[in-house]
Design a protein around this ligand. Structure first.
Ligand code: ASP
Length: 439
């Protein structure tokens, strides 16, 4: 990730992948060789004294940054959208398209996860074992969730005291905190620019520092992922692997549907362009997003390609793509929806229809609040799953296989921005100026 990994020879994601494979193979071997590994005293000692603490240090680095990151990212994202709406029709059109496309994306993900149910099939005993191994602090938090919080937010989301919600963000207070950040961001976009400036700069600073801390956490990822995957594989064995395999395929399939059905429909009927030609024009954006796993890092290429290859007028491209890099993340919203529901299934948490709608809403908002950097989705997911009684550390189970999913969802995030820019340009009645289209 970022400058830290550039200096090293082996890229960080390769190291994380090696950690994953080693953890899975060694953990799986222990499970098989020690006949029912979950009950072996030696293995339990290794897990309790080595793997759990190492894995948890890594995860805790992510958790500790949830509140400042989520707050600053959401406030900035919403303030940008709010300012965009002030810009007038272009902003409002971009905003509407963002909400519509993100909702469709999350809808596809949630439908897929209900259809395939990748998290089922784990025996209740394995589930119990896994929960027992996840540290006691987590177990206490799960217990705490079952009892109603003091001074509860009105209707479950409007906080009386945002600071109180911030202190319990990792045990269910995330939704009220998001609500507060949304209101705060809207208000920030509506006061005089001069008065807003210092606060905006403070938020930008907070956001930048939070991103740097995620970088530190990611530097620990190879070891952390090894420890977490070893622990899981040594307890659960193959039935867990099958569940993860299904989950990965489901994410990729759902992303493909959004990329090759939803976007082409929007391009064909709203932007009135040939979708396949459009994809060809933006291919270097697709490659950059795939290679970097970062919407922010892809922005300069996206701006250039939008104007030079895709013929999107510069004023529209600059505006829509810059705001979109932070605020429009279709692929991430879809991914967050699937992952949250998958982990709930995996841990046997029943999800009512209402819960599923809550997950959809949270994923759409989380898509706006997710930082456009590699792994940006995880702090969001960690803070949302605890709301449903799944231990936050459960994200460690999936993090090891995240790189390929991150590359794929980031591609959709950026192509989504380009698609919206093309749609807005057509809606504004602006001509496309590319050699190909003109011909
Ligand atoms: N890597 C994604 C992006 O930059 C964010 C995420 O989903 O983790 O768009």
């Amino acid at each position: 990730m970022g400058p830290m990994s550039d200096r090293r020879k082996t890229p960080l994601h390769t190291k994380v992948f090696i950690g994953l494979v080693l953890g899975a193979v060694l953990g799986g071997l222990c499970q098989v060789l020690l006949a029912d590994g979950s009950k072996n005293a030696g293995l339990k000692w290794v897990n309790d004294t080595l793997m759990t603490p190492v894995g948890n240090v890594f995860l805790t680095m992510i958790f500790m940054i949830v509140v400042p990151l989520l707050f600053s990212a959401l406030v900035l994202g919403v303030a940008e959208i709010g300012t965009a709406a002030k810009v007038g029709r272009i902003g409002i059109r971009a905003l509407v398209l963002t909400v519509v496309l993100s909702s469709i994306a999350v809808g596809i993900g949630v439908a897929g996860v209900n259809l395939v149910r990748p998290g089922d099939g784990l025996s209740p005993e394995s589930r119990q074992e896994l929960l027992a191994q996840i540290d006691e602090g987590e177990a206490t938090k799960r217990g705490a969730l079952e009892t109603a919080p003091q001074d509860p937010p009105v209707l479950g989301i409007v906080p009386r005291n945002p600071l109180l919600e911030a202190t319990r963000a990792l045990s269910g207070g995330i939704m009220p905190l998001m609500f507060f950040a949304l209101v705060f961001g809207i208000a920030l976009s509506q006061i005089e620019a001069e008065k807003a400036l210092p606060l905006r700069q403070l938020m930008e600073g907070l956001f930048a520092v939070s991103l740097r801390i995620i970088e530190y956490a990611m530097a620990l990822a190879p070891l952390g992922v090894f420890a977490l995957v070893f622990r899981t594989a040594s307890i659960l064995g193959v039935d867990a692997l099958a569940a993860f395999g299904k989950y990965v395929l489901l994410v990729l399939a759902a992303l493909a549907v959004h990329m090759f059905v939803t976007y082409p429909l929007a391009l064909r009927f709203v932007a009135k362009r040939n979708p396949w030609q459009f994809f060809r024009q933006v291919r270097s954006v697709i490659l950059t997003a795939f290679a970097t796993s970062s919407s922010n890092a892809t922005l300069p290429v996206a701006l250039k390609v939008a104007e030079e290859e895709a013929g999107i007028p510069r004023d529209i491209a600059n505006f829509v793509l810059t705001v979109g890099a932070t605020a429009n993340q279709n692929g991430t919203a879809l991914f967050e929806g699937i992952t949250i529901l998958f982990l709930c299934q995996f841990f046997g948490v029943p999800m009512s229809l209402g819960d599923q709608f809550a997950v959809m809403g949270l994923s759409i908002v989380a898509g706006i609040g997710t930082a456009g950097v590699p792994g940006g989705a995880w702090p969001m997911i960690a803070s949302i799953i605890v709301r449903f009684g799944v231990p936050g550390t459960a994200i460690g189970l999936v993090l090891g296989i995240d790189r390929i999913l991150d590359m794929s969802r980031t591609t959709l995030n950026v192509v989504g921005d380009m698609t919206i820019a093309a749609c807005v340009a057509t809606m504004e009645g602006r001509p496309i100026e590319t050699p190909e289209e003109a011909a």
